[in-house]
Design a protein around this ligand. Sequence first.
Ligand SMILES: [Zn+2]
Length: 171
Amino acid sequence: MDEHVQSLLSAYLDQEVSDEEAERIAAHLESCKECREAFDELKAVKNGLFSLYNAFDLPSGFPASVMSRINEADIPPFINRRFAVMAGFLTLVMLSVFVAGTYPVLYTVMKLASLFVMIGMTLLRAAAVVAGALPYLPIIFYAGAVCFIIVALWLLWRLLTATGVKKGELS
Ligand SMILES: [Zn+2]
């Protein structure tokens, strides 16, 4: 038991020694102050390194958790938002193209409609002006109606004579 175990302390601390060796080292540490102090120092260093490792592990794990959180929660809404923006832009472009494409047609239709309305209004106004300017409009209307009836009767008579109905009646 006179042999010091300082060269084996690291392996002993990491439990990388055989059970027999571990027993021997433990027994030696009980009796040898020098080796026990060295062991305590090594243990403190190892604990410090472990603490340091944990201290560095926390920040190294923190970004990972942040990244995973970004991957799980932040990225999809970002993509959705981007997709929504793109879809909205695309819709706007398509709507613009549609409006730009149909606007001349709509404009022409509107223009024609307003033109017809204007023509109709003008005709009505002109008719009203004519009616107002002619006090004998009812007489003219009746005269026209009489003329129309005469013409109609004459056409009917011509039709009847042409088909021979009148002739048949006469003969
Ligand atoms: Zn010793």
